[in-house]
Write a protein that binds this ligand. Structure first.
Ligand code: FES
Length: 93
């Protein structure tokens, strides 16, 4: 069985959880795909900007992700293999 090409890490540590990262993780898990793996991670070292999402191996960060933005990340980034738009509240770093 082929390994996923990308890993989507969603911080589930204290600050991000307070900012709603459990719902963000649940939203990503609704989009199962063999091309990427969804991982509930520990602290990603970006506390206060959460919910934080990190896509590996590209090292693309999304900050302040809301559950209703997950479909856009999946379609624009994971679906096409390129980072999403840069904008406040939904940005790569
Ligand atoms: S708690 Fe999420 S980055 Fe630290």
């Amino acid at each position: 069985m082929p390994q996923p090409q990308l890993q989507v890490l969603i911080c589930q540590s204290r600050t991000c959880l307070q900012q709603g990262s459990a719902l963000v993780a649940a939203a990503f898990l609704e989009w199962q795909n063999p091309d990427w793996e969804t991982i509930k991670s520990g602290c990603l070292g970006q506390c206060g900007n959460g919910p934080m999402v990190l896509i590996l191996p590209e090292m693309v960060w999304y900050r302040r992700v809301q559950p209703d933005q997950v479909a856009t990340i999946v379609e624009r980034h994971l679906g096409r293999g390129c980072p999403g738009e840069r904008s406040e509240g939904f940005a790569t770093q």
